[in-house]
Design a protein around this ligand. Sequence first.
Ligand SMILES: *[C@@H]1O[C@H](CO)[C@@H](O)[C@H](O)[C@H]1NC(C)=O
Ligand SMILES: *[C@@H]1O[C@H](CO)[C@@H](O)[C@H](O)[C@H]1NC(C)=O
Ligand SMILES: *[C@@H]1O[C@H](CO)[C@@H](O)[C@H](O)[C@H]1NC(C)=O
Ligand SMILES: *[C@@H]1O[C@H](CO)[C@@H](O)[C@H](O)[C@H]1NC(C)=O
Ligand SMILES: *[C@@H]1O[C@H](CO)[C@@H](O)[C@H](O)[C@H]1NC(C)=O
Ligand SMILES: *[C@@H]1O[C@H](CO)[C@@H](O)[C@H](O)[C@H]1NC(C)=O
Ligand SMILES: *[C@@H]1O[C@H](CO)[C@@H](O)[C@H](O)[C@H]1NC(C)=O
Length: 767
Amino acid sequence: MLVPEECLIRSPLAICIFIGMLLLHSVFAAEIPLGSKLSVVDNDCWVSSNGDFALGFFNISDQPNQYSIGIRFDSKSIPFSQQTVVWVAGAHVTVGRMSYFQLTNDGQLVLFDSSQGIPVWTSETANRSVVSAAFRDDGNLVLIDREKHVIWQSFDTPSDTLLPGQNLSVYQTLRAASKNTMSSYYSLYVNASGRLQLRWESNIVYWTSAGPSVANLSVFLTNSGALQLRDHSSKPVWSVFGEDHNDDSVNYRFLRLDLDGNLRLYSWVEPLQSWRSAWQAVENQCKVYATCGERGICVLSASGSADCRCPFEVSETNRCLVPYEKECESGTNMLTYESTFLYGIYPPEDSVTISSLHQCEQLCLNDSQCTAATFSNNGSAQCSIKKTQYVTGYADPSITSISFVKRCSGPLAVNPRLTNSPRPKQPPKLCVPCLIGAACGTFFFVAILQLGIGFCICRRRNSTRKEVALAFTCPNSKGLTKLSFSEIKSLTGDFKNQIGPNMFKGAIQNNHLVAVKNLNASIEERKFRGAVLKIGSIHHKNLVKLEGYCCEFNHRFLVYEYVKNESLDKHMDDSTLCRRLTWGKRMEICSSVAKAICYLHTKCREFVSHGNLKCSNVILDENLEAKVTEFGFARVNGEASYCGFSAEKDVEDFGKLVLTLLTGCQHTDQELCEWAYREWVESRSVNVVDKRIEGGIDPEELERALRIAFWCIQMDEHRRPSMGEVARVVEGTLNVDPPPPPFTVQRPLLEEDEDDDTQKYSSESPV
Ligand SMILES: *[C@@H]1O[C@H](CO)[C@@H](O)[C@H](O)[C@H]1NC(C)=O
Ligand SMILES: *[C@@H]1O[C@H](CO)[C@@H](O)[C@H](O)[C@H]1NC(C)=O
Ligand SMILES: *[C@@H]1O[C@H](CO)[C@@H](O)[C@H](O)[C@H]1NC(C)=O
Ligand SMILES: *[C@@H]1O[C@H](CO)[C@@H](O)[C@H](O)[C@H]1NC(C)=O
Ligand SMILES: *[C@@H]1O[C@H](CO)[C@@H](O)[C@H](O)[C@H]1NC(C)=O
Ligand SMILES: *[C@@H]1O[C@H](CO)[C@@H](O)[C@H](O)[C@H]1NC(C)=O
Ligand SMILES: *[C@@H]1O[C@H](CO)[C@@H](O)[C@H](O)[C@H]1NC(C)=O
């Protein structure tokens, strides 16, 4: 099927990248000696000797001053705006403005992030006798030893693109870029029986190639524009051809798993000066799983793109199809959509019964859990009942299915979960096929409200009086107050009331209590202020609010809202306090912490990681509601550092925190994790549960919590889920596959094993 050439431009990320490229000074570098370096500020790059590809930094325009390093087309015949990025080091790793990329003298590629002061990505080839790097004409960056053996190559760590000559083996995946970590992801891989498959999240396969059933196949794109599955002797066992296959006028091709979840083969059309899709895996874009997310019904436009339509005006929620929330005051009615197929996303399974069209509608109407239903009749009349708020679908005149969506007849009842927050009016206009981010939405609104309250409308303080009371009545525009060291001393009563490590209780005007943290570290003033301003603008009900700071000489203090009650580790240690931590409470704490970290990762203007998530940094208020503190500042080697760090580290820390809550053991070392995993694998999950928990546990929640914890602590960072996914699993709106053993790293993303695991454990485990 032909997709018009604007196709590429339609992808928002692609536009960002094209606009954002800032490569200028080129160095032709067929051979790159040890010690060679590229930096953001120098704008330099390495270019393959035929001039077709360049490796250098680029910026992504929706994240100011965040850069990635990658390989893009650099040919003179391709205009700058069309110089697509084909490989990115570390996939989604971004770095600050003073960062550099170096082939170090010990033979490894290192991406050094200036904002964190640490390497954030390496090729992990130190001590492997690398003597130089070469940038080959096919776009492959390779590290070679004295005998010219390839020790490492960029072709082995693909991001979303496959170039001609590159293999995608059975253990590798292409992953669609996503605009943020909240997004669900689409991936491409070869399954263990040799089928090429497109998958959504970890469980839904929405496209499978034909072909024979042969193990250990790899995907290969030929120079002439054929996509093949090859066996170990490089013999093709299955092929598809782009429509310009064998067209000699095409000089450049690539295969990409696009942001919209479709796999496309692109060719450079010289006369048109643009990329054209010569083949796409899912012909009808509306058949890509969850293409419209919760934003309506997918209708294929004349140009072949997916058009997400909302059949009625959405006034109360940002979901299109099911504003019905089980609380209708004046009854419900059903709206009918002809030629429309609907399916639930969380969970994806519908319950199916044999019924007539009329019965189908009645079944849903009579069932208070039912939100929508689809009646299909191909052979036998079937009614599939959806009991979830997350419904999506597609419409086409050729489809015989008829769908029903439940609506409140009268005014919408108030959703209790949202009463504390203003509901934004969503225009009925629908966005590009973006993906779903349900879990954090609510909290975003809550946060907006808090932000509104937090803003104090007052003039900038121009007096230099050092009165604590005055200081707190008039915070700066961020809601943050700058305090002098003497103010800190006076409000803490000369640090007499210590409430934690380097943490002191203090009071300001009207006995407003605060907790003052002494960072005890010499962070550069400019960096410290930058970090404080960033953190000060973060407001979430499960994050302890930063109210002020002190940055004077070498003093660095943070002033937080004071949360009555103790930290989680105190609760776990103390036998009386611990009794309050029932199973339900522990699950609530997991959920609150997950939402808070998810919020940090995805809802702030810049990415913020916690960096030091552990029980002592989770405080429980009077109602045992969890509030996470000390985010954005973390200790590395005893030195406080600021912001940065990786999302993956937080995810791992969260996994350990969950295990701590479940087991009651404060030291979640590898041994404990391995033991817990073994117990789980052998269906003895209850053995790991803290014996002090009173009032019983919920086995289903336990299974879910253990699974997600084991995913989080995967030693291979790429296997760890995003915090958004974690939050959804914890609150039960997303299913999770059985996790592989956390401490094996030899074969990243080993699809074969994962599939085996699924079969092995699904019968034993209830979720
Ligand atoms: C990205 O780089 C381009 C080219 O140098 C520049 O015009 C643009 O402002 C940059 N964007 C950001 C967000 O830094
Ligand atoms: C590399 O070798 C040096 C000296 O033999 C050793 O100190 C260092 O730990 C090694 N590094 C790695 C990553 O193996
Ligand atoms: C791709 O795989 C084939 C055989 O499976 C091998 O001969 C070739 O070297 C591989 N290419 C790369 C770039 O790894
Ligand atoms: C690979 O996919 C095919 C088609 O969906 C399926 O029949 C087969 O069972 C899968 N193989 C494995 C090992 O999962
Ligand atoms: C597939 O590859 C693995 C690892 O290289 C090997 O152990 C296995 O025997 C291969 N299977 C087949 C059917 O060739
Ligand atoms: C739905 O409820 C009505 C009234 O309670 C009943 O008459 C009807 O048979 C029910 N329909 C189905 C399909 O259960
Ligand atoms: C009926 O056919 C449609 C497509 O024609 C298909 O998507 C759907 O799954 C089928 N339904 C059943 C119940 O087989």
